[in-house]
Design a protein around this ligand. Structure first.
Ligand code: MD6
Ligand code: FE
Length: 200
C-alpha cells in the first residue's frame, strides 16, 4: 500500500449507507446525473456524474474544472449531506471542510481509467472516497504513469483516504461486479469523493 493511503473497510454501516442513498436520490432529482466527455476528443465517460457542495468537478471539450453550478440546469449544486461532513471531520485529519463531493455512478459495464486527482489547488487535504452498492476493483499505482500498480476491492460502506504521498498517485476502477450488493434498487455502484479545492 502507498504511504498515506488508508483503507477503512465497512466504515459506514448499513443504516448510514441507506441514509446516504436517500440523500443522493433527492440530490440527483435537483442536480441530474450527466455524462461527462473527455477534453478535446469529446469521447464520453462510461460513468455518469453529478456533484454536491459549493464546487463541482466537470469535464467537457474545454477541459476539466471546478464550477459552482450544474452544467445542465445552471443551478448551484445541492449541499453535501451532514453524514459526509461528519465523516470528513472524523477521518480526513484536515482542519477545513470539503468544498466538493463528486458523485460517480457506475452501471455494470462502467469503469474509470487511471488518473490523478490534480485539479485542486490544495494537495495538503486528502481525497476521501466512499463506495456504495456493487463491489468494484480499484487499481492504484505510483505518482508516475506506467509504474507498478496493485488492486483493492471496494465494497459498499468502504472508505478510502488518499492523503500524504498517495494523494497524487494514479488510480482508477477496472470493473464493477454486478449483483454483489442489494443497496441500490437497480444495481450499480456509487462512488463519492470529497475534496478540498481551494487553499483555505
Ligand atoms: C471510484 N475513485 O472509486 C473512483 N479518487 O469510483 C477515485 O477516482 C478516487 O477513490 C481520489 C481518491 C479516491 C478515489
Ligand atoms: Fe480519482
Amino acid at each position: 500500500m502507498q504511504p498515506g493511503l488508508r483503507y477503512l473497510p465497512g466504515h459506514l454501516g448499513p443504516e448510514d449507507q441507506r441514509q446516504l442513498v436517500e440523500n443522493l436520490r433527492a440530490a440527483v432529482a435537483e442536480a441530474p446525473l450527466f455524462t461527462p466527455v473527455m477534453p478535446r476528443t469529446g469521447r464520453p465517460f462510461t460513468v455518469r456524474m453529478t456533484n454536491l457542495g459549493p464546487l463541482g468537478w466537470v469535464s467537457d471539450r474545454a477541459g476539466y474544472r471546478y464550477q459552482p453550478t450544474h452544467p445542465g440546469t445552471g443551478r448551484p449544486w445541492p449541499p453535501i449531506p451532514g453524514t459526509l461532513l461528519e465523516l470528513w471531520r472524523e477521518v480526513s485529519g484536515y482542519p477545513h471542510d470539503p468544498e466538493a463531493c463528486l458523485v460517480n455512478f457506475y452501471n455494470g459495464g462502467a469503469k474509470m481509467g487511471l488518473h490523478r486527482d490534480e485539479d485542486e489547488e490544495d494537495f495538503a487535504a486528502p481525497v476521501l472516497s466512499v463506495s456504495l452498492g456493487d463491489t468494484a476493483v480499484f487499481r492504484i499505482g505510483g505518482p508516475e504513469r506506467g509504474g507498478k500498480t496493485g488492486t483493492l476491492k471496494l465494497s459498499s460502506g468502504d472508505v478510502l483516504v488518499m492523503g500524504g504521498a498517495s494523494r497524487l498517485c494514479y488510480h482508477g476502477i477496472d470493473r464493477v461486479f454486478s449483483g454483489t450488493s442489494s443497496l441500490l434498487k437497480d444495481g450499480g455502484r456509487i462512488n463519492l469523493t470529497l475534496r478540498r479545492v481551494r487553499r483555505p
